[in-house]
Structures are given as C-alpha cells and as structure tokens.
Design a protein around this ligand. Structure first.
Ligand code: GDP
Length: 296
C-alpha cells in the first residue's frame, strides 16, 4: 500500500517521543527533524515540507507542549490536523450543474488512468447518486482508446458516445447534444493524453473547454510518479484552470508525495482516489481519513 515508508518513519519518531514523558525543547526539535526527513523521503516537495514543519512547530509552541501532561499525544494531534489541512481540510465534492447535463472533462497524461477513471467515476455517480452518465470518447489519437472506453462502459452498463476519429471539439459538442436528447444528466469527456505535457495537447484541451464550458475539469494523475505528478498538476492547472484531481494507483507503493503536495502547490483539491484496477475501486477523497491512515 501507499505511504508505508512514511507511516513507518513517523511512527518511529512518535514512539521516541512517547517514551519520554516530559519533553525538552531538544526532544521536540529532534522530532521535527525526523518528521521533516520522513516527508522529504516520501517525495513531498521541499517547500511544502518547510512550511509544514514551521506550522507544526508554531502550533506546538502555542499549545505549550512542553508543559502538557501528554506532550507526545499533543504533537501527534497537531501533526494529524496539519496533514489534514495540507490535503485540503474537508473533502471536496464534485460540482453538479444547476441545469443538466453536468459536464466533467477528464484530462491527464497518457497512462495516468484517464479512460478507466472516466468510467469509474461515472459508475460511482450512477451507483451513489442515481445519475445517468454518458461517456464520450474524445481521445482520437490512441487507436485503442475508443474501444477501451466502450469495454469499460459496457462493464458498468454505461452508454458510450463515439464518432471515430472526428474532431474532438465536435465529438464533445455532439456528445452533449446526445446526452440532452437521451436524458443523460452527466457527460464524462475522455480526452486525449500524451506522454509529456505539450502545447499541442493543451491547445486541444483549451479548445474543448472553450466549446463546451465544462462544469468540472478533473485532472487524472498517477500517484506512483511522485513529484512528477505534482509538476503535471501545476502544468495542467496553469493551462486549463482545473477544478480538482483524481489521484490514481494509491493501491501501489506510492510514497505519498503527490497526495500531500498537490493541494499546497496548485491550490486545487484531490476529489477522488483510485485504489485498484477494478472499476468500483474509486473513492471520495477524505483528507482527515488519509491523514489518520498516514499516521498509522
Ligand atoms: P489513460 O491512458 O490515462 O487513459 O490510462 P488508462 O485508463 O488506460 O489506465 C492505465 C492503466 O492504469 C490501466 O491498466 C488501468 O487499469 C490502471 N489503473 C487505473 N487506475 C488505477 C488504480 O487506481 N490502481 C491501479 N492499480 N491501476 C489503475
């Protein structure tokens, strides 16, 4: 599972504190050093770590931990709260358009899990919110993409709209018209990805955005690529002003850096997490639960 190394290192730091009873200033300093190293090793960006440690230290001083009856417990509570805040505090909902259909544009680099998560998220909306989503195949470059969307759509009993290799802007517009005609209250646009962020890709995505004015633009990023996921999030946000992130492959051995840095670096929340290859393995992201999980 993700975060294993981070959880282990943080536990070790806290265990040392717990063993001490009363704490000295040096004990707290040492604990902060260990937490800092644990976060850096988990691939959390340097700036984010620095700010995080400063905040935890400030709160610990403010709370008079050295005078407290159970100082270690107090520090753990502060770290838990700060981790939660770092990831956005509360869980961020998917916005629903006041006038249907809600248009969700899914973007991301190739292999991040865009196509799969289009279906996963549509399936979740159908199951939990009684929605009637339509999937739209706007990735015309990867030959297997349309077929793949049809396969996952079929597995979840979701309709898929496709126009072969037509212009992606036209496909998106036609998909929305189709949804209106057929009573689909949500449309998920599976857009093209590339191996790297490039201007041509961004231009196409900007054109789709301008044409359909999506309710939400969700970026799908792979947690396994750590800092690169954060860089991708920054690039996509700069180009498209995204609304949130779907962080996939948290079932792998991701170190945690992406989950912990994305909100701080882009200002945009993680809304959902992918936790397995199966089509129902997607969850609403809860910062508080994730923080507790990280702390073990
Ligand atoms: P795309 O190129 O961005 O559309 O990526 P795909 O949707 O084709 O996904 C790439 C691979 O990642 C597929 O094999 C998916 O099954 C896999 N995948 C997607 N989400 C998850 C996840 O949350 N966990 C795991 N383990 N695999 C995932």
């Amino acid at each position: 599972m993700a975060f294993e190394g981070l959880t282990e290192k943080l536990s070790a730091a806290f265990k040392k504190l717990r063993g001490k009873g009363r704490l000295s200033e040096a004990d707290v300093k040492e604990a902060m050093r260990e937490i800092r190293l644990a976060l850096l090793e988990a691939d959390v960006s340097y700036k984010v770590v620095k700010q995080f440690i400063a905040q935890v230290t400030e709160k610990a001083v403010g709370a008079d931990v050295l005078e407290a009856l159970s100082p270690a417990q107090m520090i753990i509570k502060i770290v838990n709260q700060e981790l939660t805040d770092l990831m956005g505090g509360t869980s961020a909902k998917l916005e629903i358009a006041s006038k249907p259909p809600t248009i969700v544009m899914m973007v991301g680099l190739q292999g991040a899990g865009k196509t799969t998560n289009c279906a996963k998220l549509a399936g979740l909306m159908k199951k939990q919110n009684g929605k009637r989503p339509l999937l739209a195949a706007c990735d015309i470059y990867r030959p297997a993409a349309i077929k793949q969307l049809e396969v996952v759509g079929q597995q979840l009993d979701l309709p898929v709209f496709q126009m072969g290799q037509a212009n992606p802007v036209d496909i998106a517009k036609a998909a929305i018209a189709h949804a209106k005609e057929h009573g689909n209250d949500m449309v998920f646009l599976d857009t093209a990805g590339r191996l790297h962020v490039d201007e041509e890709l961004m231009d196409e995505l900007r054109a789709i955005k301008a044409a359909v004015e999506p309710t939400e633009i969700l970026l799908v990023v792979d947690a396994m690529i750590g800092q690169d996921a954060v860089n991708a999030a920054k690039a996509f946000d700069d180009a498209l002003d995204i609304d949130g992130v779907v962080l996939t492959k948290l079932d792998g051995d991701a170190r945690g850096g992406a989950a912990l840095s994305i909100k701080a670096v882009t200002g945009k929340p993680i809304k959902f997490v992918g936790v397995g290859e199966k089509l129902d393995q997607i969850e609403v992201f809860h910062p508080d639960r994730m923080a507790s999980r990280i702390l073990g």
